[in-house]
Design a protein around this ligand. Structure first.
Ligand code: SF4
Length: 71
């Protein structure tokens, strides 16, 4: 499953992602965008549109490699 992730360090809180895909992205109290759901079914095109319209290239949308991250 592809998972959207936000690079908080890059996010400028412009609001584009939230405007395009409010089911997935929300600007938090910290003035950064956050992914607010774990269920992305049916939202693929909306997530991709948000990725394309992020001026800071802060959103990645890639296959998750596994449940647990190795360190
Ligand atoms: S579109 Fe990009 S820069 Fe704008 S709020 Fe979303 S993640 Fe942040």
């Amino acid at each position: 499953m592809k998972i959207p992730k936000i690079d908080i360090g890059k996010c400028a809180a412009c609001g584009n992602c939230e405007a395009i895909c409010p089911e997935v992205f929300e600007i938090g109290d910290d003035d950064k965008s956050h992914v607010i759901t774990g269920d992305f079914s049916g939202l693929e095109s909306c997530i991709e549109a948000a990725v394309e319209n992020c001026p800071e290239d802060a959103i990645s949308y890639e296959e998750e490699e596994g449940e647990e991250e190795e360190k």
